[in-house]
Design a protein. Structure first.
Length: 633
């Protein structure tokens, strides 16, 4: 796990930017605190910050060359099956100088070219330069666990693990309004677009060849889903559970391999508890880590984590945080967001990663299970919406009644009202519109109203709709598997995995995700939707497969998201941040980006009896404003 950056110049103008390679590499120090390395010549500039996980020796530092010095690699990630690949290469007469997976990756490329990607089990973003042919090969893992940004113009090709590293090369910064428009709906910006017009993200499961004045992008993986194959799946439900357990067990075992201390995040939910229970089988001294809120019992789940830790006998640590401790970290979180990203659960993930890094270097997490097995409230809603029922008919025709109920996320009752209102309104929509509505925290109407008159004139809404259609391309019917597939391609890489990568790597902590082994994912998408959701039971097959392993108290309890009490904070101790700083009336007017009336109405709603999701809209504005001041003010 590391940070990578590089520049491939095409002419003299491009080579002028190479003087910034060291600066761009140093900007990634938090991702790799253990070693710094660069390679620079007339053809290529490569930078690397290393977090040492496998083969801690200096020989495994990067950039790394092969023995002939024709090929050079920089690599961010882990290859879990590198020992098997090494044996395969050694049988072909390939020799090795280190025990690292980096050298195995490089030799795989030399032997197999781009076909080597099919052999890899792991997560990665890497670049390999062929000094003889003067061409660059860049790849990103199947599910987008590791990020890869790039800029391509007539003078140069730049790439990096974080946006700020590309900016360090001294490039022009021009906001992409369609991305900003999308951000205020989804709370994140989906790849391949970014907040800057000239910077893109390589999509998950893609690789690229870059030659002077030429760039080609190719897919090497997509989730193996076909409804006909699902219908022809002849496994009984018991056989499905058995096969799933075998695959997850193997995946966890693979991800325990490291030359540094390894533990697990333990939230007390089904997903992290399954990972912890399996990991304990193979690691007696397993450390587990949880975070809780000493001042906010509604948001605290640590009692369930304690139950799991006690059952498995792990060395458990709970970080019970006060409101003040969390608020003290707020600006550190904002400082580590490289482009507008407003998933507020990034705050506890940042603190959990910071505290966990004091004990271990690698943590296993349960990320990906919700998208795979239907773990979100919206999945139950999709399942219910697809049924013909009197209740659905009534809600569809009388949705105006739910709109008058008090709605917020602060209590169980008002949160139910909020969900009921969203559900009733969505019943009037087609599947794509319904999905977008439930995936969004802000409507298109609200996003448009936020923009000032000058920005509205510049916004290309046709471009936004084209991007939206691309993101929703897998939604064709009411089949829940298509919803899950869209989640895997949209929500997972652009929200969940991005959040964990940004917040964990801010502290040089590697997070591994066993549910996202591609063998697990391919198998789960060969199963019918009924195996994943049945009536009110979400993640059915995962829960059934591990019912004997986990404490009974984990079942039949409402799902608790990894949330923070933003509404109370904004009404109280953080109100000055809104009133006197980032959303101050004078500042909004001088900035010229937002409609002053809309911003005033949002701030007014914050203190109303029915705030709904207004705290999320305010957080999105705060994140953007902090980012904008950092880059443009």
């Amino acid at each position: 796990m590391c940070g990578i950056t590089g520049i491939f110049p095409f002419n003299i103008a491009g080579r002028l930017h190479m003087i910034n390679l060291s600066k761009a590499t140093h900007s990634l120090t938090h991702r790799g605190p253990d070693a710094f390395g660069t390679h620079i010549d007339e053809s290529i500039g490569l930078g690397h910050r290393r977090l040492s996980i496998i083969d801690l020796s200096e020989d495994a530092n990067q950039p790394m060359k092969d023995e002939s010095e024709r090929y050079i690699i920089i690599f961010n990630g882990e290859i879990y099956n590198y020992k098997e690949l090494r044996k395969e290469l050694e049988s072909k007469g390939v020799g090795f100088r280190t025990q690292s997976d980096t050298e195995v990756l490089l030799q795989c490329f030399i032997q197999y070219g781009s076909e080597m990607l099919q052999k890899l089990n792991g997560f990665f973003a890497f670049a390999i330069f062929d000094c003889q042919k003067e061409e660059l090969f860049v790849a990103r893992d199947r599910f987008g666990i590791k990020p890869l940004y790039y800029l391509y113009d007539e003078d140069k090709f730049l790439f990096a693990s974080e946006l700020q590293s590309i900016i360090s090369f001294g490039i022009e910064k021009k906001m992409d309004l369609e991305s900003l428009y999308t951000y205020f709906q989804l709370n994140y910006i989906p790849a391949p677009d970014t907040i800057f017009q000239n910077i893109k993200m390589l999509m998950p499961g893609n690789y690229m060849w870059v030659r002077k004045q030429e760039m080609e992008i190719h897919p090497f993986y997509q989730i193996d889903y076909n409804e006909v194959s699902v219908e022809n799946n002849n496994l009984t439900y018991e056989q499905q559970k058995e096969k799933l357990s075998e695959l997850i067990d193997t995946s966890v075992r693979r991800r325990l391999v490291a030359d540094v201390p390894v533990g697990t995040f333990l939230s007390g939910g089904i997903d992290s508890s399954v990972i912890t229970g399996i990991a304990k089988k193979y690691k007696n001294d397993l450390h587990t880590f949880s975070i809780g809120y000493s001042d906010e019992p509604y948001f605290d789940e640590t009692k369930y984590a304690n139950l799991v830790a006690k059952k498995f006998g792990t060395e458990h640590t709970v970080f019970s945080l006060s409101k003040k401790e969390i608020e003290d970290e707020l600006f550190h979180v904002l400082e580590n967001i490289d482009q507008p990203f407003a998933d507020s659960s990034a705050i506890p993930v940042y603190i959990l990663s910071k505290r966990t890094r004091e004990h271990i270097t690698v943590a296993l997490s349960g990320d990906g299970a919700d998208e795979l097995f239907s773990g979100y409230n919206k999945h139950s809603a999709f399942h219910r919406a697809a049924q013909s029922s009197i209740t659905n008919s009534l809600l569809k025709n009388f949705s105006f009644l739910t709109s008058i109920l008090p709605k917020s996320r602060s209590t169980a009752l008002t949160n139910k009202f909020r969900q009921l209102d969203r559900f009733s309104k969505s019943l009037q929509s087609d599947i794509k519109s319904r999905y977008w509505q439930w995936a969004s925290l802000g409507s298109e109407k609200l996003s448009y109203s936020l923009f000032s008159e000058s920005l509205r004139k510049k916004l290309q809404r046709n471009e936004f709709y084209a991007r939206k259609e691309f993101l929703l391309k897998d939604l064709k019917t009411e089949n829940l598997n298509e919803v899950l597939l869209t989640d895997m391609n949209l929500v997972l890489p652009n929200d969940m995995l991005k959040k964990v990568d940004l917040m964990s790597m801010a502290h040089g902590l590697e997070v591994r995700v066993p549910f996202l082994d591609h063998e697990v994912v391919n198998f789960v998408f060969s199963l019918p939707a009924e195996s994943k959701i049945n009536g009110k039971m979400r993640k059915r097959i995962l829960q059934d497969a591990y019912k004997e392993l986990l404490p009974a108290e984990l079942y039949n309890r409402p799902k608790q998201g990894f949330e923070v009490p933003l509404l109370r904070w904004f009404r109280g101790s953080l109100s000055g941040l809104i009133r006197d700083d980032l959303l101050k009336d004078n500042f909004i007017a001088e900035q010229g980006l937002f409609d002053t009336g809309t911003i005033k109405n949002i701030k007014k709603k914050l203190f109303s009896i029915s705030p709904g999701d207004v705290h999320a809209h305010i957080w999105a504005l705060i994140v953007f404003q902090y980012w904008w001041k950092k880059h443009f003010n």
